[in-house]
Design a protein around this ligand. Sequence first.
Ligand code: IPE
Ligand code: IPE
Ligand code: MG
Length: 246
Amino acid sequence: MPLFRKKAPEPELPSVLPEHIGIIMDGNGRWAKKRGLPRRAGHGYGAQTFRTIVKHCEKRGIRYLTVYAFSTENWKRPQEEVDAIMNLLRDYLKESLADFQTENIRTRFIGNFEPLAPDIRALMREAEEVTRDKTGLTLNIAVNYGGREEIAHAARLLAEEAAAGKLPPGDIDEQALSARMYTAGQPDPDLILRPSGEYRTSNFLLWQSAYAEYVFMDILWPDFRPADLDMALAEYARRSRRFGGV
Ligand code: IPE
Ligand code: IPE
Ligand code: MG
């Protein structure tokens, strides 16, 4: 036996990394069902995976990470499940207050927060304020987020400015819309991951994903490990992005 056990070598990192990764954190319910557990247990494990993967993205030097936590369509689920997800969000925000202070992560929320409980909204605001000047990873958590809702919201803002005489309608271009998205000022996602074996966007970052590279993975979110993210990074590095050029 050697005196010191060698640590598993770090995988060789691809030279091209995405600046912005989006993740559709899907498959919690099926993961729980496979184990004879209630769906909410799957969300609990999924929340743990989220914490692990945020740290891993930071370690890999990713600048922006946007995670899909709750969609504008997810209210259709049984009230008990919606409550469980909201409780997990509340617990995460309360537990993380100390970490928000010490870590170098800028936490932001994207979506329409009006229907959320006032105490959750207050915790979200606090997380944003405490981490506002952090210079490391920017973490966007999408809560009651829908790509269509976001586009409609941006259109409403533009219409209000135009009606108030502050914006000539002829000035409304792609940049003007981008500047009114919840992700204003951030680069578009380069890579979007969807675990769980579903091949659809489910209303995630519709506007911003015009030229995103998609990686669909046949793994349920609670089972998703840092090594799976590394595999997706390697796959991304093999892609040839042309943006309509040659
Ligand atoms: C994703 O897991 C979490 C949310 C949508 C909040 P699901 O709950 O959609 O899990 P599946 O897709 O039913 O397995
Ligand atoms: C997308 O997953 C939303 C989140 C992961 C938060 P869904 O499970 O809601 O999507 P569908 O219903 O399979 O399209
Ligand atoms: Mg799902």
